[in-house]
Design a protein around this ligand. Sequence first.
Ligand code: HEM
Length: 418
Amino acid sequence: APHGLPSPIRDRQHPSLLAQGYAWLPDRMRRAAGPFVRARLLGRHAVALRGPEAVRFLYDERHVRRHGALPEPVKSTLFGHGSVHALDGQAHRVRKAMFLSLLTDPDRVAALTDRTVEAWDEAVARWAERPSVVLFDEASRVIAQGVCRWAGVPLDDAEVGPVARDLVAMVDGFATLGPRHWRARAARGRREAWLTRLVEGVRDGSASVPADSVVAVVALHRDVDGEVPAPRTAAVELLNVLRPTTAVCWFVAFAAHALHRWPENRARLREDADGAYAEAFVHEVRRFYPFAPFIGGRTVADLTWRGEPIPPGALVLLDLYGQNHDAELWKEPYAFDPRRFLGRTVGRDELVPQGGGDPALNHRCPGEDITVSLLKALSARPAGLEYEVPEQDLSIPLRRIPARPRSGVVLTGVRPPS
Ligand code: HEM
């Protein structure tokens, strides 16, 4: 395929999530007669929707709630038990306000980006002394180090590698039942225990962390009932900052993939004086490449979507990957072209790699500012770095959730920009 990703139309004999990965819902959507896809997920009746109107329908708490919607294997790897993802109503708003205060404040976002760029520059000096590096792995370590420094989580240099590996494993293993899944559970167990001790130390005064730091704010946060949650729950929420930030390494690898496949972007990024092209490039990376496949909740009322009934208790999914490749929203959706984002504002409910709607009122990701800022800083940097991309398997199989370039993006002859 000219775009370097396999077409989503394939494998019609096995229309299941595990067999089809990202193509599962888009493929079924294409063949559906009605306004949505009816499917089965983990033995439950599910319907899948997409489009801006579906975003508003599905993110309305009178229609759909999260309580009881998340499968146990996902909680035990990706999100953690008791996390913000599964809260509804006022309990959700109060917990979510904490995340938004930490993750959308421009000074904090800038400070995180600075810490991470520092770690990146230190790393580049080391890469220059090695014959080759795997960008995905290197980026995970750089970002894990940057986010821990920024958050006030004490971390010895020797621990950066193991921590980054565990944070990546939690994301890598949520949608499979094989060995990756068991690595993810073990990684979560280790890191929850580690951060629970830190939270307990902050609460009893035995650990000294900066007063205004992310660690301090999360450890001392009070829920809607006025109480601090159990230390383990606070540790889960700390991980909900460290883990997804580190997972920006997926997009760093995807950005390098795009720069290699469509090298005209390197020149455009170099000549980009006002940062407009970098912003557009980052949005296109988030739109084009497969990462979060869909989100979902359970219906809490008798609902009708475009004339079709949906019973209470059904799973309703928003097909994020499908919406980001919907030809009704995106011209030539399978072409990588950042220019589609130049000179226009992106509608709130159009581009949904990190969910839709209003993050203060629903579950939309509170980390989009951070994701965009880090990616701009780090993907404009590969554009400035000098390196070669040797022969390797850069394919991105869509059956693997989460997808990633098979080789991890190997670079040789890395040298800082002259
Ligand atoms: C929620 C994607 C980065 C923290 C979400 C959701 C998605 C998502 C799809 C769920 C939306 C929903 O359920 O409606 C991503 C992707 C990222 C990313 C693809 C790229 C790496 C981040 C970062 C942070 C973060 C950098 C924090 C520093 C969270 C939290 C939630 C969340 C705390 C739960 C929000 C809630 O339930 O109200 N993210 N995210 N994410 N994300 Fe992200």
